[in-house]
Write a protein that binds this ligand. Sequence first.
Ligand code: 13P
Ligand code: SF4
Length: 335
Amino acid sequence: MLGQTEEAVSTLLSKGFLDLPVDPTLDLFEEIAKLKKEKNAIILAHYYQEPDIQDVADYIGDSLGLSQQAARTDADMIVFAGVHFMAETAKILSPEKKVVVPDLLAGCSLAESCPPDKFAEFRKKYPDHVVIMYINCSAEIKAMSDIICTSSNAQIIIESVPKEKKIIFGPDRNLGRYLIRKTGRDMVLWDGVCIVHDIFSAEKIIRLKERHPHAKVIAHPECVDTVLEMADYVASTTGLLKYTQRDEATTYIVATEPGILYQMQQASPHKTFIAAPPDNTCACNECPYMKRNTLEKLCLCLKYEQPEVTVPEEIRIKAKRAIDRMLEISATAGL
Ligand code: 13P
Ligand code: SF4
């Protein structure tokens, strides 16, 4: 890094001062490959990351795939190019490994919608309910849960709970409502939303369909009911990507964060992918948290091993129980 001692940079990064200038003559792709080898590090990236980050990643996946990779890696350091709750999950599963993130402030509106003190009060009102929480929540919330789920296993997780048991589900109300319709279970929902998926516009998608009558609409279950009702297919990011590979259509309107279009286009170069428009004046709908990460920040965090994500041990142990339960149920279902 330009004009700074290594110690000064490390301190700045650990405190969250992240937009530090990187030597512009440096080939970041080469530098990242070199550092990764030197440090026996693995780069895990979510599909919503920018294309350059996806290109340097050892594994790109959805929340379930990323947790499974974090649990089984033999690397010494995990560089998590995603958002904070994902890196926390990696640390919960692999406490002996160092987990670093390009930007400590890459949060998630769903995780932020569910503060532990408010959730503890909410849970007290339903003492006989099983608590199933979507993985997009903090370690503290996971520690208060019975089972964690992701969008790719939520239905089987809910169905693993005996029918006579009542369920609390959170923090995503759109995903919760979708799962109530899919499973017929009457769940008590926490009232959180993903700021990206909640604002896809059904009206604008209908107008797009008029211009592309053969296009299929594919949507993430964090979207609102009106969008999910018009979708030809609803699934997690990995589920959507796989669908576009096996399906016979050639044009898709994609109602999820547009970072996934990079992998869709690479896997099916002859197909057309159109990012669904949000209900505002913008043309695309990027996640402002996911997009805080850049290749420069990733290179810095790999070099200086900062900012590091840690989880207090008593919270980690309780949270791990709920995540392990999810991984066991998923493995039994062949996911
Ligand atoms: P999945 O990749 O697990 O479908 O989750 C999407 C998401 O919003 C992650 O933040
Ligand atoms: Fe959170 Fe939504 Fe961004 Fe995913 S896309 S990290 S759910 S705000």
